[in-house]
Design a protein around this ligand. Structure first.
Ligand code: C2O
Ligand code: CU
Ligand code: CU
Length: 577
């Protein structure tokens, strides 16, 4: 068994020191936590199995490349390219000129083989974000391959129609590889969706939203200091499908926009600039039961939205801009004004800025109608769960230089009792903010979360009222959690986290505890009634989810999809057994 060492991690420790953050009393605990993260066994690359007869086979290559994004010098990137070995011709479609990987289109039920060829100068492995596949096919960092190696994935498509993501997941380097360009969309189709005759072909448009920071020679700039990791990295320019100033020429009819937040940390509040409501027909896990209209929609890293955009009745030459509208509360107040605001850019997270524009270029007389009913979703109730009175706890804890789940930094195969899940069960889960020690939720739910020493002991919440039971907040008498100023260090660090679970999609059962002006600026933008694999948890919030764990045993990760947080160790594993 060999161990991979990570050059990135060394730099991380160095920069942390230079940032003057040694003053934080939490440092020694954090250092030992980081040490624990370093060990990841290396396995031989998986080969094709002779008994597997694929309907579709794709060669997927990740390699260094260069693309022209801004005028002038080309930008060095890492990118996926793909070639179809067998299967339907529409399986692979390039986005010409983009660093994004080609769109992969699969049908439910297909048997799929993907040969991942690593031509990067570093280890990598690809994860199929959203897909329900065996643990060995899930792109766990355990399976990372070195330059020149090939990993063969073989699985059946069990997912319903949906938009998913493929992106790297190597140990401690997910964020940087995604940032450098390694990401792509997976579209799954099924017969339920096909019956609806939704806009297709040129009328179905992927919209992958990312932010990047460029240096003077057009090269991507990434994490510069500790702060960029703690808060997540925010670029000063929005790219859509890999392009700056993205603009779409449309006909005066209905379109289906398949929107994905492919940013490492940035959260968007999407709205049309003329205040047309956003018509949402689907979320991470595919179509909703019925379309919903929203004044705006929140879209956190890793989340997807299926949006019906109808331009009929609009005259040729008219324009519509999708913007990210202003909001607050997702970052600690002390950081809110800084992030993404470097170099005098107006892109502070939570400010108002354009994402892309649509221009009506031609008049057509015919347009499909929005179906009233989209799909059927079997809605879980508490009685469907194996643990109605005892949710699986997912505690978020935040402190200087440590963003943790369940009180521990990620370490391979370090599974707490609460993280063992019986296979083929449906579980009630609860995500909550676990500032301070023994949280009310654990006690009321009768939980013992082993090793839940939240702030290490490095943190002292000197009498600032760290206790903030959900009851207190829910009835409005609580402090404005996460709104700055209250409750010592833990509170000062309080921020929004998009929590993502590998494996099957889940349903959001209940969301509570959000409060304050920041919360008011985002709360109407959640689409909580569809299938999800990533959910935005605002400061002070508590979410109950119901998630099935069917078919596959093994280790399945869950983590913050603020990818800088993930790489800092804000990740854990479930052992499904
Ligand atoms: Cu999109 Cu584990 O990630
Ligand atoms: Cu995932
Ligand atoms: Cu996070």
């Amino acid at each position: 068994m060999t161990h991979t060492t990570n050059p990135h991690r060394r730099r991380f420790i160095k920069t942390a020191g230079t940032a003057g953050l040694l003053a934080w009393s939490g440092l020694p605990g954090w250092l030992s936590a980081m040490e624990g993260m370093g060990h990841m066994p290396k396995l031989p690359a998986r080969r094709a199995s002779p008994n597997f007869r694929p309907d579709v086979e794709v060669d997927l290559i990740c390699k260094p490349s260069a693309v022209s994004i801004l005028p002038g010098q080309a930008t060095r990137v890492m990118r996926y390219t793909a070639t179809l070995v067998r299967g339907p011709a529409d399986t692979v479609s390039e986005i010409p000129g983009s660093y994004l990987g080609p769109i992969l289109r699969f049908q439910k039920g297909q048997k799929i083989r993907i040969n991942l060829h690593n031509q990067l100068n570093e280890a990598s492995i690809t994860h199929w974000h959203g897909l329900h596949v065996p643990a060995e096919m899930d792109g766990h960092p355990l399976y990372a391959i070195d330059k020149g190696e090939t990993f063969v994935y073989e699985f059946a498509m069990l997912n319903r129609a949906s938009m998913n993501i493929y992106h790297p997941h190597p140990h401690n380097a997910t964020a940087r590889q995604v940032y450098m360009g390694l990401a792509g969309a997976i579209l799954v189709n099924d017969s339920e969706e096909a019956k609806l005759d939704l806009p297709a072909g040129e009328y179905e448009v992927p919209i992958v939203i990312q932010d990047r920071m460029f240096d003077v020679s057009n090269q991507f700039q990434y994490v510069r200091h500790m702060h960029d990791r703690m808060m997540g990295f925010y670029g000063d320019r929005i790219l859509v499908n890999g392009f700056a100033n993205f603009r779409l020429d449309v006909a005066s009819r209905a379109y289906r926009f398949r929107i994905m937040n492919g940013s490492t940390a940035r959260i968007y509040k999407l709205a049309w600039d003329d205040n047309t409501p956003v018509t949402v027909i689907g979320t991470d896990g595919g179509l909703l039961e019925h379309p919903v209209e929203k004044p705006y929609v929140m879209l956190a890293p890793g989340e997807r939205l299926d949006v019906w955009a109808d331009f009929s009745g609009r005259s040729v030459g008219s324009q519509l801009v999708m913007r990210s509208r202003s909001f607050s509360g997702a970052l600690p107040r002390m950081a809110e004004h800084m992030m993404g605001g470097m170099h005098g850019s107006p892109l502070t997270m939570g400010s108002d800025y354009p994402i892309f524009s649509v221009k009506v270029g031609r008049q057509v007389s015919d347009s499909p109608k929005l179906p009233k009913s989209l799909s059927s979703i079997r809605r879980y109730g508490l009685n469907d769960t194996a643990n109605p009175g005892k949710p699986v706890p997912i505690g978020i804890s935040e402190g200087p230089m440590r963003m943790l789940l369940n009180g521990r930094p990620y370490a391979y195969n370090d599974v707490l009792p609460s993280e063992r899940i019986p296979v083929d069960s449906v579980q009630l889960m609860e995500i909550f903010h676990a500032h301070g020690g023994g949280h009310q939720a654990d006690e009321s739910a009768g939980h013992r979360m082993g090793g839940m020493g939240m702030m290490g002991g490095g943190m002292r919440h000197g009498g600032m009222g760290m206790r903030h039971g959900s009851e207190q907040q829910a009835n409005g008498t609580g402090s404005r959690m996460g709104m700055g100023g209250m409750g010592g260090m833990g509170m000062m660090m309080s921020m929004a986290h998009p929590i993502h679970f590998h494996g099957q999609y889940f349903q959001i059962f209940e969301r509570s505890g959000g409060s304050g002006a920041g919360y008011a600026s985002v709360k109407d933008g959640f689409v909580d009634n569809g299938w999800k694999d990533t959910v935005l948890v605002m400061p002070g919030e508590r979410l109950k989810l119901i998630k099935p764990f069917e078919d596959f045993k093994g280790l399945f990760m869950f983590h913050c999809h603020n990818l800088e947080h993930e790489d800092m160790g804000m990740m854990r594993e479930f052992s499904v057994e």
